[in-house]
Design a protein around this ligand. Structure first.
Ligand SMILES: [Zn+2]
Length: 293
């Protein structure tokens, strides 16, 4: 009799424990599937981790085939005199740049590096419904003196594409600055050829030299892997994709307008020009861009 009563208590206790853990999990919005993804990404500093414990978890795609993210293309972030219209066309002034970055922060955008795109496409990184990637071509000195302080201030990521043989020239980053930038949590360094030549118009050996040498030379300067590349002038041809793969590059950006990225265009990733964000709300402009067909 005693034995049966004892067993009864154990069964009741076990049921209570089970119910309690289910209620705990429900009240914190924890799902087995999401927990695995969140633990996997604790090293990626994705700011969705803490909010995942709220009753309404953020919008994430578990296994996306394609993603719709604006990759914004900047060149100069400087005050350029009106007497230099060519440079002015490629420039965003620092006050306008900070306005854009501040708005990204204020409206809850998550920013990523270009090197994170392959994992976003595979669904290995949670993707926010408000996502953007900022890129800066050519490695101008203003990336160090203007852009980087603003990225740090708002904790926004940026990928800068550097031309090896321009390093240290007037108006461009020095090797010392590049090494300092490479150690920053908010900066990714990418390759942009040795001499800023259009790869569309050169033969394979020259293209191969410009791609592999720029990657390896940058790696020896910063002491870390270079994973992504930007085509100078957006010039590419289909054969270059295999060259990029051989060089162990995982993502390459073009100047073609668009926001859809999938496993088929990782070596021809489209971008949008920063000038499109200068008229009013940045969030509205980005939303319009990702809704364009
Ligand atoms: Zn360029």
């Amino acid at each position: 009799m005693h034995q049966y009563r004892h067993r009864g208590y154990i069964i009741i206790a076990a049921i209570c424990c089970g119910l309690a853990s289910v209620m705990f999990a429900k009240s914190y919005g924890i799902q087995t599937q999401n927990t695995a993804i969140l633990s996997q990404n604790t090293t990626d500093n994705i700011p969705t981790i803490s909010s995942s414990l709220s009753p309404t978890p953020p919008l994430i795609q578990i296994t996306p085939i394609s993603v719709n993210i604006p990759v914004v293309m900047y060149h100069y972030v400087e005050f350029v005199p009106t007497s230099d219209p060519a440079k002015q066309k490629l420039s965003i002034n620092p006050i306008e740049f900070e306005r854009q970055v501040k708005e990204l922060t204020d409206t809850g955008y998550t920013t990523y590096f270009v090197k994170e795109i392959p994992r976003l496409v595979k669904g290995e990184i949670p993707i926010s419904s408000h996502s953007a990637i900022l890129t800066f071509d050519d490695g101008y000195e203003d990336f160090y003196s203007v852009v980087w302080p603003i990225l740090k201030k708002y904790n926004i990521k940026g990928t800068v594409y550097v031309i090896n043989n321009f390093l240290g020239k007037v108006g461009f980053l020095s090797k010392e600055q590049l090494i300092e930038l490479a150690n920053s949590d908010v900066v990714e360094i990418g390759a942009h050829t040795m001499d800023h030549i259009n790869l569309k118009g050169v033969n394979d050996p020259i293209a191969k030299y410009q791609v592999t040498e720029s990657k390896q030379d940058l790696e020896s300067i910063i002491g870390a892997p270079i994973e992504t590349f930007a085509y100078p002038f957006g010039g590419y041809r289909d054969e270059l994709a295999s060259l990029m793969k051989e060089a162990s590059l995982s993502a390459v950006v073009t100047t073609t307008k668009g926001t859809f990225i999938n496993s088929n265009n990782l070596f021809t990733i489209p971008r949008v020009r920063a000038g499109l964000l200068t008229r009013g709300s940045v969030s509205t402009a980005l939303t319009q861009l990702i809704n364009e067909k």
